[in-house]
Design a protein around this ligand. Structure first.
Ligand SMILES: Nc1ncnc2c1ncn2[C@@H]1O[C@H](COP(=O)(O)OP(=O)(O)O)[C@@H](O)[C@H]1O
Ligand SMILES: CC(=O)OP(=O)(O)O
Ligand SMILES: [Mg+2]
Length: 938
């Protein structure tokens, strides 16, 4: 190395130390645990992100170094800004439109034409119930201290805000929730201690207050009302509903719907008793909480913004209406419970599920009809209006303010407490209102709500199978699973939320034959000269060095702001040198100092059974982790060692940076044992960790998410199934169901499955012994990795001399199709190679079609060959037509490359619009996927 230029200028970079606890956890658990200490990263560099993907390099010299400010044909020129795929499961902004329409199910309320005293099938409404009244509160009374989580948020919010100045309070809140959950019990203890202290103080204050006010805790409602009324005289008038409302501009209050037709919900409430939220209660949770609550919902100041919503068995979810020009957005579907407060004061809980036709969806009926004005709501405020208050809704200015107040449809949108599902959503008689009335519980609810994460989702199958009633009862065993799924979804949605995160990132993608990089920076704080876009993290530069295994490699790079492109030919360089070359280029162009590179993200192909990414820093040196990673070079000889060398370079040359390592294998951890286990002697195979791991996971995950988003379906839904074809110099097929890999063609190593540029793919294992039964002595090998890791001659042949190259002498698929077209002397072998590749691909498609039980949402082509070879796409698709895949539209197929250049990342090449399955081409971007994932971690 040693090519890095000296630091020219140091700049301040926000420290993200406090958010690294999750990484620490990862490290502790991981067998490949990197050793690291606190984040000592310097706070002297401006935000810059580089992503580099490494692919294989063979030789060692640069031959020419001509810098051209002209178009580099193999550079992607579109989308200078990072485009982040819609979060799974999210219906926000570009997320899929709901494909079903809400069909109302009232669980506990009769239709509006019925007598409110009647019961529906599930309740015992015949029995009369005592009217619930809630004690009014004296706003001057001592406030019960916030719980530990809130203490934590008070302590950390400002810090996080400072570190992430562009983040909205809502985003900060979500980060806080994530960070809290990741804390160990020991780490949480100080906050619990704070609560204990504060509780003791509160008890004392309460005693003093009671003595002073001559009230006991058991005072009746009338007394409470009186106290309440007199104590808020500054801004609240007595005995008026108005008085309980917060001023218009910041009031958390009633949401109202005008939807009474078309099978939508028909809710009734006796509006004379509709309850609004006493601001003081709401306020009593402290400004921070209030702020976070409003921020979470992103309520505009006038509190009259219309949100779209949909409801399903799991509750009602808010999202901004695409058709409404909003200057804010909700992070994801926010769980709320919709309830009516009726004359009888026992809230009715109302739920819906979705049965929307395609046509309705297209007409945006869901969106148009189901608009809801919804505002933050304090559950403790339910029924709190003093008995004496007889004001009608007509006199309620807030309601009047709404466009078409429908007094029969007053809804309260209130935070939903998922962990208390069985309490909250139930039949009237079974409703446990205590959570609404118990302050502790309420705080907890607020916490969970503001974390916005613990919300289970149910598959449509489960919904049908089990019916709303059961689901809402949600057993305690089910909830954690749902929570896990939901957490995953929220994590994904954070990817989109956090795109405003100004932290610097640097990504490296180490592939077998190339390195690709992306550099992202912060327009506000870095000196990097590029157009300041709305996004805080902008793509600053991108490029690659390709064909590293060939004699001549091609370097191409682009500075986004100036549209400056550079191409060079490099001769026989190693991966390490290729990386060094990229850094030198960045220093020559956009970086003033290598210290500006704050985060580096690495794609490392083999991570064995690692289930999470991990972090590496230079101090202390993560020697053990690196040697573990390197030892996996035996299983990924074309990849891991090169990655390790690059990581070492980063640790040495960029000591202030933090390195995140994402494995190709991570996505395939969901593959079940009967798929990943080979029929070998069980114990021995287990001990030697011989099993299918699968690769290209970052790509398969990325492209299928993009495809799901394009198709308007939920990636995480079990009915969403893809067969993803990553066809590059290494090629693999993956069956993805419900956002999870269920099978893939690569195995213990990237050698299994499809043939590649130089790899054999699957063969009869005995063939190996016919090629070479001997392990070659290390020193005889001409490959340094094989020397070091004792690969056998057979393995060398299978990895380096087989595949397309072994068959026809050409490793580039473009050259193969060219040879076929030209009909040159090699064309027959080239044609054979082409046919072999197509044959193996369609065999796997057939196999995965069966494994996924048909109904494939789309066949997705990606990778260098998948994205560029129209001939291959056409041949493959033709052969799988019998499975119900549409034919390829030749014209669309021809234009794929052009569409990508224009900025599309998906092209549907299916002929016609009929049929469920589609054939899509998606431009993969492993670096972008890693940035997305990194952003959730910093
Ligand atoms: N125009 C093209 N037509 C057909 N194949 C192409 C074309 N351009 C690139 N390729 C193929 O794509 C491969 C590179 O794919 P890529 O996914 O980038 O591979 P990797 O990441 O494994 O290095 C090249 O080796 C070549 O075989
Ligand atoms: C796993 C693998 O083969 O990766 P790549 O195609 O990037 O070389
Ligand atoms: Mg690749």
């Amino acid at each position: 190395m040693g090519r890095f230029k000296p630091v020219i200028k140091a700049q301040v970079i926000p420290n993200v130390k406090n958010t690294s606890s999750n990484i620490d956890d990862i490290s502790k658990e991981s067998p490949l645990t990197p050793s690291h200490t606190n984040d000592n990263t310097s706070s002297t560099t401006p935000p810059t992100v580089i992503s580099v993907s490494t692919q294989k390099i063979q030789k060692n010299q640069m031959i020419s170094d001509e810098q051209e400010v002209k178009k580099a044909s193999n550079l992607d020129e579109k989308n200078p800004n990072m485009v982040i795929p819609a979060p799974e499961g999210s219906t926000v902004t570009s997320a899929p439109k709901p494909n079903v329409k809400p069909k109302r199910k009232r669980k506990s309320k009769n239709s509006k034409n019925n007598d409110t005293s009647q019961s529906d099938t599930n309740d015992n409404e015949g029995e009369s119930k005592p009217k619930r009244t809630r004690k009014a509160k004296d706003p001057n009374a001592p406030k019960r201290p916030p719980n530990a989580y809130l203490q934590f948020t008070f302590a950390k919010r400002a810090e996080l805000k400072q570190q992430n100045p562009k983040m909205s309070p809502k985003e900060i809140t979500i980060m806080l929730g994530e960070a809290w959950r990741k804390l160990s019990e020991t780490e949480k203890k100080p906050y619990y201690d704070l609560v204990t202290q504060a509780l003791a103080q509160w008890q004392e204050d309460t005693k003093a207050y009671q003595a002073l006010n001559h009230v006991g805790l058991t005072q009746d409602t009338a007394q409470a009302s009186e106290i309440y009324s007199s104590s808020v005289q500054d801004n609240i008038q007595q005995n008026s509903l108005n008085t309980q409302l917060i001023p218009d501009n910041n009031l958390p209050e009633i949401g109202s719907s005008n939807n009474t037709t078309d099978g939508l919900y028909q809710l009734q409430a006796n509006t004379t008793n509709s309850t609004c939220v006493p601001y003081n209660d709401y306020h009593s949770y402290g400004q921070q909480q209030q702020g976070s609550m409003e921020a979470l919902l992103d309520m505009p100041p006038d509190n009259s913004q219309t949100y779209g919503y949909h409801s399903d068995m799991n509750g009602t979810h808010l999202y901004t209406d695409d058709n409404i020009n909003t200057s804010f957005s909700l992070p994801t579907m926010i769980p709320i419970k919709v309830s009516i407060v009726d004359q009888d004061t026992h809230g009715s809980y109302f739920t819906q599920d979705f049965h929307t036709t395609q046509e309705q969806q297209e007409q945006h009926q869901v969106v148009k009809q189901d608009l809801l004005l919804c505002q933050p709501f304090d559950p403790t405020g339910t029924n709190q209006r003093p008995e004496s208050n007889t004001i009608s809704v007509d006199e309620n200015p807030v309601i009047q303010k709404q466009e078409k107040p429908d007094t029969n449809n007053m809804l309260l949108c209130q935070p939903f407490e998922p962990s208390k599902m069985s309490n909250v959503v139930s039949d009237n008689d079974k409703i446990d209102h205590t959570w609404l009335q118990d302050e502790d519980q309420h705080q907890q609810t607020q916490v969970e709500y503001s974390e916005s994460i613990i919300y289970p989702r149910f598959t449509s199958h489960e919904m049908t199978e089990r019916g709303s009633h059961l689901i809402h009862q949600g057993t305690s065993q089910e909830i954690p699973q749902r929570v896990e799924i939901y957490q995953h979804q929220v994590q994904q949605s954070l990817q989109s939320l956090n795109r405003h995160n100004p932290e610097p990132i640097n990504e490296m993608n180490q592939s077998a034959h190339s390195i690709q990089y992306l550099t992202h920076g912060d327009a506000r704080t870095s000196d990097i000269s590029f157009d300041s876009k709305e996004e805080a993290i902008n793509l600053v530069s991108k490029g690659s060095i390709s064909e590293i295994t060939s004699e001549i490699s091609a370097f191409s790079a682009k500075i986004i702001s100036s549209d400056t492109k550079t191409t060079k030919t490099l001769q026989t360089i190693t991966h390490e040198e290729a990386f060094s070359h990229i850094i030198s280029y960045l220093l020559d162009t956009i970086l003033k100092s290598k210290d500006q590179i704050k985060y580096i993200v690495h794609r490392v192909v083999h991570g064995a059974a690692e289930t999470q990414a991990f972090i590496l820093r230079s101090d202390p040196s993560p020697t053990r982790a690196l040697s573990e990673l390197d030892s996996l070079s035996e299983l990924a000889p074309l990849h891991n060692h090169a990655s390790v060398l690059i990581i070492k370079s980063c640790l040495k040359e960029l000591p202030n940076s933090t390195n995140y390592v994402f494995f190709d294998t991570l996505f395939h951890q969901s593959i079940p044992p009967h798929v990943y286990t080979y029929a070998l002697p069980f114990e021995e195979a287990k001990q030697k960790r011989i099993r299918k791991y699968g690769f290209h996971g970052i790509s398969h995950s990325y492209v299928t998410k993009i495809a799901a988003n394009y198709l308007g379906i939920d990636w995480n839904d079990d009915d969403t199934k893809f067969i993803s074809l990553h066809l590059g110099s290494g090629a693999s097929v993956c069956a993805v169901k419900g956002g999870k890999s269920v099978n893939t063609t690569m195995g213990l190593t990237p050698l299994e499955g499809l043939p590649g540029a130089t790899r054999s793919g699957s063969i009869d294992p005995s063939a190996i012994f016919h090629l070479s039964s001997k392990a070659r002595k290390c020193e005889e090998s001409h490959h340094s990795v094989e020397k070091q890791f004792h690969l056998t001659e057979a393995e060398s042949i299978l990895n380096h001399d087989s595949g397309f190259k072994g068959l026809c002498g050409l490793s580039n698929f473009g050259d193969i199709t060219k040879s076929i077209h030209e009909g040159n002397e090699n064309h027959e072998r080239a044609k054979l190679t082409f046919d072999i590749f197509v044959n193996r691909i369609v065999n796997y498609i057939g196999s995965y079609f069966v494994e996924l039980e048909g109904n494939i949402s789309a066949l997705v082509f990606t990778g260098g060959i998948g994205e560029n070879s129209k001939e291959l796409r056409e041949s493959v698709t033709e052969k799988v037509e019998c499975l119900g895949f549409p034919k390829v539209d030749k014209e669309k197929n021809e234009k794929v490359e052009g569409s990508f250049k224009k900025g599309d990342d998906v092209v549907d090449i299916s002929n016609g619009t009929e049929g469920k399955s589609r054939v899509l081409v998606v431009e993969t971007n492993e670096e972008k996927e890693m940035v997305n994932q990194l952003i959730t971690k910093i």
